[in-house]
Write a protein that binds this ligand. Structure first.
Ligand code: GAL
Length: 667
């Protein structure tokens, strides 16, 4: 479908008028308050199934008609949800198959949310039916702007229907050939050779949980189940509202589903952003959040995404739920926009009066008035967002990329070896990303099947698994002039976690990097590897590869351990490009010092001419540059030329940023 953008940044969030059906006077008050808060959108109906269809086949849309009409009358966009994330008790009571079976084999009872079988034909039919009714009813409604399908898809079901679907999926994946599966899963190990697909079931704590290939297959199957569940949900929406974009909200680094695969099916990516801003390392939180934004932006090749949820104040789910200081949420919203979001949305507009989330922050508190800190902050931000129309719809495409791949994260989680702890793949990728973020150099974060040819520099940390031709594509990328950097534990297994034979990194990557990795050592906690690079000593942790030069040149030397004297970093000219192999797991100082000259050489610069103090980041979006101070101290960014402050119109030669303050400059 064609991209369609609203002319303003969407400002709004989850709105649950269905919870206030008995005090409907609040609905008009909500509209008044939304106007005051400069809120232009509301996401409605997310968990409203029991009100929409109180009994099987009995539909009640009257209340939603009223809400949609009110939203339209107040010029607000409705992001209309499908209600599949939680079901009414009658549905589960009459059709128990819709409830999830845990890996223990026990079927859940009715309760909570996200508790549905992904395969159940009954559930799929009921979901399609309610979605069809919603689409029929609101297809021409002036408030309808976007579909929000379900809520935070996730989890898995182990019922017999899902087991049968899994076996069918395996048959398809392995050409209906059990011997092929036995070979690829290396089932000769521990006498696991299957005679037929019927003998296979999902990984379980009390059953099979030591075959990484099975666990990978199951995650792939669960991903495909979610995709087909989604396709089932959207069929009536697409048919009846072909011009209305459809999304579903994703969750940061949730690995239960391959988000990079799911994202291809969405019209736009949206995600729910709940960073812990009250943690002491606010700069670390900011970097991790920027990394997440850039992952979601990159899923659609730089196309704007939506920040579908964030809290306007506090959450209720942490051990200690601290109030964020004023300004922090505003800065977090600006950060999202700077990194490519076309929306700033909250969970939630009005605080529930009862239930599990009654102490979760909302724009409108139980108190009810507009004279609260959170309401004032939200309204102030609303005014700022109205001045940022220029960025709506603008794509951000970087010239450098970090490969961070969902399936690779699974494979890393599943192997047994090297070190058990501290193998957080997303954190490891973020460590390399951070050097770009700190220097304000734009960078994409892409899956391993991304098109790489337009990048000048690609960092591929811990590329443990290679699948679907990645090895060839990396080779072509370097051959054609690209610069590739990798780290220990790269090029080790294929798609099914089968180790490559003949030396690492796999196959032709040995030629690309010009090295052979003979062994990999694991370090105890607190133990450090030591590397001499450009006359300076750097320290590493985690694991350390023992590399032999096979054409590459060493650029640094390991200093300690029995691998002292082996290369710490190698560089190999290959075709028109270059490939670096970093043999140890370095800290931020090495990554920074190693990358700085490469960034300069490839002309990868910040979009702002300024010296950025620690904790201040810069991002360009369209014709605007966002300078953001993620520290609790005042900071000044010295600008190397004068800029116009987009929000005040002033000409500035230095940007003085308040604690957690920001500036928006015309580029
Ligand atoms: C989200 C979820 C919302 C709400 C929120 C609370 O993950 O989508 O429905 O539960 O968390 O933080």
């Amino acid at each position: 479908m064609k991209d369609k953008y609203y002319e303003h940044i969407i400002h709004g969030g989850d709105y649950n008028p269905d919870q206030w059906i008995d005090t409907k006077e609040i609905w008009d008050e909500d509209m008044r308050l939304m106007d005051l808060a400069h809120v232009n959108s509301a996401t409605v109906g997310i968990f409203a199934w029991s009100l929409l269809e109180p009994e099987e086949g009995v539909f009640n849309f009257g209340w939603l008609d009223e809400i949609m009409d009110k939203l339209a009358a107040h010029g607000k966009r409705a992001i209309l949800a499908t209600p599949s994330g939680a079901r009414p008790p009658w549905l589960a009571g009459k059709y128990p198959e819709v409830l999830r079976v845990e890996e223990t084999g026990l079927r859940n009872e009715y309760g909570v949310r996200h508790n549905h079988c992904l395969t159940s034909p009954v559930y799929r039919e009921k979901v399609r039916e309610i979605n069809r009714r919603l689409a029929e009813r609101y297809k021409d409604h002036p408030a309808l702007f976007m579909w929000h399908v379900s809520n935070e898809y996730g989890g898995e079901c182990h019922c017999e229907l899902c087991q049968a679907a899994f076996r069918a999926w395996l048959r398809n994946e392995y050409d209906n050939d059990i011997d092929q599966l036995n070979f690829k899963w290396w089932n000769g190990f521990w006498s696991h050779r299957f005679n037929s697909f019927e003998q296979i079931s999902s990984p379980k704590f009390r059953g099979e949980n030591h075959v990484p290939a099975l666990k990978l297959a199951w995650r792939r199957f669960v991903t495909d189940s979610h995709i087909s569940f989604y396709e089932n949900e959207i069929a009536p929406l697409r048919e009846l509202t072909p011009e209305t974009p459809i999304t579903t909200n994703l969750m940061r680094f949730y690995t239960g589903i391959d988000y990079q695969k799911l994202a291809k099916r969405l019209d736009l990516v949206s995600w729910d952003n709940y960073p812990e801003w009250s943690a002491p390392d606010t700069v670390g939180t900011a970097c991790e959040t920027a990394f997440a934004h850039d992952i979601f932006r990159s899923m659609k090749n730089g196309k704007p995404f939506y920040m579908m949820e964030s809290t306007p104040s506090v959450v209720n789910s942490r051990p200690v739920n601290k109030l964020p200081r004023s300004g922090v949420q505003e800065l977090a919203a600006i950060q999202a926009v700077a990194h490519g979001a076309d929306s700033v949305q909250y969970f939630q507009w009005r605080k529930s009066r009862g239930g599990h989330e009654k102490f979760h922050g909302a724009v409108v508190d139980h108190y009810g008035g507009e004279d609260t800190r959170v309401f004032r902050d939200t309204a102030r931000l609303g005014v700022v967002l109205e001045k940022l129309d220029a960025v709506v719809g603008t794509r951000t495409k970087a010239q450098a990329a970090v490969i961070c791949d969902w399936e690779n994260s699974w494979a890393i989680d599943f192997y047994s070896g090297y070190r058990r702890d501290g193998r957080n793949y997303f954190k490891a990728c973020e460590a390399w990303y951070r050097a770009f973020w700190e220097s304000g150099v734009p960078v994409d974060v892409v899956p391993m099947d991304a098109e790489l040819s337009e990048y000048k520099l690609v960092i591929a940390p811990y590329l443990y698994m290679l699948k679907n031709g990645t090895e060839k594509r990396l080779k072509t990328y370097v051959e054609n002039g690209g610069c590739l950097v990798t780290t220990p534990l790269s090029g080790i297994v294929d798609k099914d976690d089968l180790c490559f034979l003949g030396g690492l990194p796999a196959g032709e990557l040995k030629d690309v990097f010009g090295v052979w990795c003979e062994e990999t050592d694991a370090l105890y906690d607190g133990e450090r590897s030591e590397a001499l690079f450009n006359g300076k000593t750097y320290y590493g942790s985690g694991v350390c590869d023992i590399l032999h030069l096979r054409g590459a040149a060493a650029q640094g030397e390991l200093q300690s351990g029995f691998y002292a004297g082996f290369p710490a970093l190698t560089v190999n000219r290959f075709g028109k490009g270059r490939a670096y192999y970093c043999a140890f797991c370095p800290g931020a100082d090495f990554i920074r010092d190693f990358l700085a000259p490469l960034l300069a050489e490839y002309g990868l610069q910040s979009d702002i001419e300024a010296c950025l103090p620690r904790g201040v980041s810069a991002s360009r979006r369209g014709d605007l540059i966002f300078l953001m101070n993620f520290t609790n101290e005042e900071q000044t960014a010295e600008l190397k030329k004068t800029y116009t402050n987009h929000l005040t119109g002033e000409t500035v030669a230095r940007a003085a940023l308040a604690p957690f303050g920001y500036a928006v400059l015309d580029a």
